[in-house]
Design a protein around this ligand. Structure first.
Ligand SMILES: Cc1cc2nc3c(=O)[nH]c(=O)nc-3n(C[C@H](O)[C@H](O)[C@H](O)COP(=O)(O)OP(=O)(O)OC[C@H]3O[C@@H](n4cnc5c(N)ncnc54)[C@H](O)[C@@H]3O)c2cc1C
Ligand code: SF4
Length: 329
């Protein structure tokens, strides 16, 4: 590991100024991803600005009926929060499906959103990887690509985004609030992570020096009946092959509205707008759920090692919606 400076931020303004003023500076949350990357030689920050003591640790109801989650809230605390469990169970379930108890006790909301891909080549500095070293090539395209993308990939990168939490936030229409050198802005979660395109080294639309301060969840009564389903190689402590976050509003046996996002399929949490559209007004049956999944997955382009993800995503969506419809009946 390279030598680096460490500073504990006293307030958000000074944290932003410290990172924005130095190209090789980074914010430090729980450190469960960034410090691993420093040990592996993937990240070499010269300065770490610790933001875990900033007053960003609350989960508060908003006047408009939503909930604000501070960027410093630990994953365990967020999963256990009564407001989250009651109003957005899909978020609590997604958090609890990730990592381990010890990791969730350290990991922060802000850091979780910005965790980087688990592509094995990204983590191995001896191999070409356009995300780690732009222009060096993509080892996964002709290599081991079982975990990789089937939607929205490019010829530069076929990695997937690893966060479970972000998939739930995507389905819930969350907004990421950030503070940067130029002021404050809100970024819809659906637009926060990027597809790889020609710049796979850029995971998100965040600029250097922008601090995530909170995530706002809108009021969404239908989310009280929502679920997260994660399919993986082991029952715990494994990243998703495929995951689904869904909320379903059914009345008189017909779908009034659905909110759906997939994980494990793309470089970003994949909001399934085509499936949502296909379901509106349809009977809440497995047949309609399957047709909605087919509509969403029609553009899937599997790699040689991951063709199984398409039927797996279809089954995961049909099962999740069937369970939710059963709860509504
Ligand atoms: C063995 C293992 C298994 C795991 N399994 C899963 C899993 O199944 N599912 C899953 O979703 N995750 C999993 N994880 C990942 C884990 O959830 C992340 O490591 C964690 O959420 C990152 O949060 P952190 O606070 O530790 O981030 P850090 O490591 O501190 O930071 C990560 C990134 O975010 C930046 N950052 C941190 N806070 C802010 C902020 N407020 N504003 C702007 N930038 C910020 C940092 O500069 C860094 O770039 C696993 C991790 C490990 C080690
Ligand atoms: S898929 Fe992306 S992260 Fe993996 S080797 Fe290719 S460029 Fe790197």
């Amino acid at each position: 590991m390279n030598p680096f400076d460490y500073r504990r931020a006293e307030d958000a303004d000074s944290a932003v100024a410290a990172v924005a003023g130095r190209p090789a500076a980074a914010f430090l949350g729980g450190g469960t991803n960034l410090v691993d990357h420093m040990k592996l030689g993937i990240a070499n920050p010269e300065l770490l600005v610790d933001v875990t003591r900033l007053p960003l640790g609350g989960v508060e109801p908003l006047e408009d009926g939503g909930v604000r989650v501070g960027a410093g809230v630990r994953n365990s605390d967020l999963a256990a929060d009564p407001l989250i469990r009651e109003r957005y169970p899909v978020l609590s379930q997604a958090l609890l499906s990730g990592a381990s108890g010890q990791l969730r006790n350290l990991a922060t909301t802000g850091g979780n959103l910005l965790q980087r891909t688990r592509c094995v080549y990204f983590q191995d500095v001896t191999t070409p990887c356009n995300k780690r070293e732009p222009g060096s090539g993509c080892s996964a395209i002709g290599g081991w690509n079982r975990y990789h993308a089937v939607l929205g990939a490019s010829d530069q990168c076929v990695a997937v985004h690893p966060s479970d939490m972000a998939v739930a936030l995507c389905a819930l229409d969350a907004v990421v609030r950030v503070q940067g050198p130029g002021g404050h802005r809100g970024i819809p979660l659906v637009d926060f992570h990027r597809l790889p395109g020609e710049e796979p080294d850029r995971d998100t639309v965040l600029e250097h020096g922008e601090l995530i301060t909170s995530i706002d969840l809108p009021e969404l009564p239908m989310a009280a009946r929502s679920k997260y389903r994660k399919v993986r190689d082991r029952a715990s402590y494994a990243f998703a092959l495929v995951s689904v976050a869904a909320a379903l509003d059914v009345a008189g046996g017909r779908v009034r509205e659905a909110r759906i996002a997939f994980g494990g399929l793309a470089h970003k949490p994949w909001r399934a707008t085509r499936a949502e559209e296909a379901l509106r007004g349809e009977p809440a049956t497995a047949r309609a759920f399957g047709a909605a999944a087919d509509a969403e997955l029609a553009d899937a382009r599997p790699l040689p090692g991951n063709g199984f993800k398409v039927p797996m995503a279809r089954s995961a969506l049909v099962s999740t919606l069937t369970e939710l419809a059963g709860e509504d009946a």
